[in-house]
Structures are given as C-alpha cells and as structure tokens.
Design a binder for this molecule. Structure first.
Ligand code: NAP
Length: 244
C-alpha cells in the first residue's frame, strides 16, 4: 500500500451506499483507504484495482471477535491514521412486537456496539499521533427523533449520538475530533430489505455522494474547528411502499 500525504482513513461499510461513495471521494482526494465490510466481493469489485485501497472482511455484528480482528488490522497500517469513519449499519423496521429478540440484538450490536468497540481499539493510537485526526460516525435523522416502526433503529442511533457527544468531550484536548453525520433518507441499497423507500423524485432523497462531500468537509476543516453534527435532509420528505 502506498501511504499518501493525506494519511489513511479506515472506513466501515465501504462496499455499498454511503460508505462506497465516501470511499470513492476519499481515494479521489488522495487518501489511502482501509475498507471494512462483510461484503468482500462488492468492495473488491469496486476498489480492488486501486493501489491506495486495502480491505479486510469483518462481520461487525460478531462483536466478541472485533477487538482482535480490528487490532490486527490497525497494527498493519503504517504512518498516520487520519480518520476512522464508522459508517456501517443496518435497518430493521417494524412495530416492536414484529421484531425478534435476535433482531434487537443484531441492530444494537451492528449500529452501536461495533462502533464503540472499533473506537476503543483505535483511540489510544489516534491520541498519541502528532497530527489532528477524526472519528466520524454515520448517525441518522433517527438519532434526533423517534418515529413509529423505528424503535430499535432509533435507539441504536440515539445511543451512537450520546456516545459521540461524550467522546468529543473526552478527546478534544488530544487532537481527536468527533463528528456525527445525520442524514435523512439517502438513496442506497439500505432499503432493499425494507417495506418502504424514499419517493422516486430526486428531491425525495439525499444522494450518497452528498454525504461523502460532507465527510470531506469534516476531514479538511481547519485544525481548531470541529463539525460536531451535520444534519442533512431531502428537500421534500416523501416515502413510498415497496414489495419485498
Ligand atoms: N440510506 C439511508 O437512508 C440512511 C439514512 C441515514 C443513515 N443511514 C446510515 O448510513 C449507514 C450506511 O447505510 P447505507 O445506506 O449506505 O446502507 P447500505 O447501502 O446497505 O450499505 C451498508 C454497508 O454496510 C455493510 N454491513 C452491514 N452490516 C455489516 C456487518 N455486520 N459487518 C460488516 N459490514 C456490514 C453492508 O454489507 P451487506 O451489503 O453485505 O449487508 C453494506 O456494504 C448506516 O449506518 C445507516 O444506518 C442510512
């Protein structure tokens, strides 16, 4: 891997949707990217031929193995780590009584606990670095307001928001900035397993590349400035049903 002058960005969920658009923008902007996803073929078919892209297949929901898998990965990265972009997540929507206990656990493990564990593993290294670094989480508008059929998804994103606020307070003096991106509906494969999706018009959904551009703005902010949270919405909120 050739380390670029911009440093390495570790990103989860790089194979699809928002993470894929972020990876595309990061590579184009000169960062080295270490991608993590459970969808190995998706990640490698998109980025496998890029010299400044490396990949490790990790199931982030397998939280008991995360410390050792992620620890090994970060030991293999030489030079400064510019950012951890902890983005991967899943949606399990429905009235609470329609969700299984396994669904509840899967959502909390994937959307909250895995982010906390990856951060805990990497934080000592980021704090020791001489250059400013960023931890960026993909939250959601569901981190800001609860809505029906989103009980566990909203809970996982509220947890991530509280975690990121506390962490920001803990890390600022060590040169580690913490940001939460809160998009509304983004047109991605996220909705493939759900019974609804954003309306078909361009103004009914954010595009994944819009979120990627917000990420670049966060990473490239002047040393002393932190974007704490960025809330993004489609111009008009329209949802439509979809057949599974
Ligand atoms: N799309 C939206 O409207 C929207 C709005 C607000 C926030 N978000 C958040 O944005 C983030 C990215 O979502 P997206 O819309 O880009 O969804 P996406 O297109 O489904 O991409 C998510 C990626 O994460 C991977 N992933 C899921 N669970 C994983 C696990 N246990 N281990 C490793 N990788 C895993 C997925 O792999 P597989 O394809 O194999 O499942 C996929 O490659 C999520 O945190 C989501 O909550 C999305």
């Amino acid at each position: 891997m050739s380390e670029t002058s911009e440093g390495t960005v570790i990103i989860t969920g790089c194979a699809s949707g928002i993470g894929r658009a972020m990876t595309t923008e990061l590579l184009a902007s000169g960062y080295s990217v270490f991608g993590i996803d459970k969808n190995e073929s998706g990640a490698l078919s998109e980025f496998g031929d890029q010299s400044n892209f490396r990949f490790k297949k990790i199931d982030l929901a397998d939280v008991d193995k995360l410390s050792s898998e992620f620890g090994d990965l970060s030991k293999g990265i030489e030079g400064p780590i510019k950012a951890l972009v902890s983005n991967a997540g899943i949606g399990k929507m429905g009235f609470l009584e329609q969700l299984s206990i396994a669904d509840l656990k899967l959502v909390m493990d994937t959307n909250f606990l895995s982010h906390a564990i990856l951060t805990k593993c990497l934080l000592p290294r980021l704090k020791k670095q001489e250059t400013v670094s960023d931890i960026v989480y993909t939250g959601s508008e569901a981190a800001l307001k609860g809505a029906r059929q989103g009980s566990i998804y909203c809970a996982s994103k509220f947890a991530l928001r509280g975690f990121s606020q506390a962490l920001r307070d803990e890390c600022g003096k060590s040169g580690v900035r913490v940001t939460l991106l809160n998009p509304g509906a983004v047109r991605t494969p996220f909705f493939e397993d759900l019974h609804f999706e954003p309306g078909a018009q361009p103004e009914n959904a954010i595009e994944a590349r819009d979120v990627a551009q917000a990420l670049l703005m966060v990473l490239q902010a002047r040393f002393g400035t932190v974007f704490e949270e960025i809330n993004m919405s489609p111009l008009t909120h329209v949802w439509q049903g979809r057949k599974l």
